[in-house]
Design a protein around this ligand. Structure first.
Ligand SMILES: [Zn+2]
Length: 187
């Protein structure tokens, strides 16, 4: 028996756009089948794999499902490590060098010790050397101005950045058209 956990279903909103883009909305196959069973979603595409129901019936695993009821997307994007890196396209805000995520950290522009908080406009992607050099100082004190703006991105911003940066490159084949097709043009 192959591993069924490797078959997540992309979850689309009723308008065929992914329910969320960061991270990309997906359900495990059990949740997807349950939602199909209860009529909450329609199956848009299936994997070449089946699962056996309690009744012994073989059903194909959904690879893309679509909600029957439109869910209004959240306007504000919650602050995540991944979101900050994606907004900054993995580029250190102090030296503009682009690095793999494993070589990045995030910096509190106003240090936490001075009351700086975990907010979009106070978190900047930083490489380790810059983070170390800046230490517990403000950009002014450290003589290290922010070279790219830190701001609260919209879902659309993050989505566009993610696309540009190819963060969705390793998705299942069936997902591609929805992921790429759904790039918001404007918001
Ligand atoms: Zn740097």
């Amino acid at each position: 028996m192959t591993d069924l956990t490797a078959h997540p279903a992309l979850v689309l909103n009723a308008d065929y756009r992914p329910l969320s883009s960061h991270p990309l909305s997906s359900w495990g196959w059990k949740d997807a089948l349950t939602a199909v069973y209860f009529g909450r979603v329609d199956v848009v595409a299936v994997y070449d794999r089946t699962a056996r129901t309690a009744g012994g019936r073989l059903i194909p695993l959904p690879s893309v499902v679509r909600l029957r009821t439109f869910v209004r997307p959240r306007k504000r994007v919650s602050v995540t490590r991944w979101g900050v890196f994606t907004r900054d396209v993995n580029r250190c805000c102090y030296c503009l060098e682009q690095k793999p995520v494993s070589d990045l950290t995030f910096d509190h522009v106003i240090p936490r010790s001075r009351g700086g908080r975990d907010t979009w406009d106070n978190l900047a992607t930083s490489c380790m050397p810059c983070n170390f050099r800046k230490a517990d100082r403000t950009p002014e004190e450290a003589g290290m101005p922010l070279l790219q703006r830190v701001y609260e991105p919209s879902q659309a911003d993050l989505y566009a950045r993610g696309m540009e940066f190819g963060v969705h490159r390793d998705v299942p084949r069936d997902w591609i058209s929805f992921v790429y097709w759904a790039v918001p043009l404007a918001e």
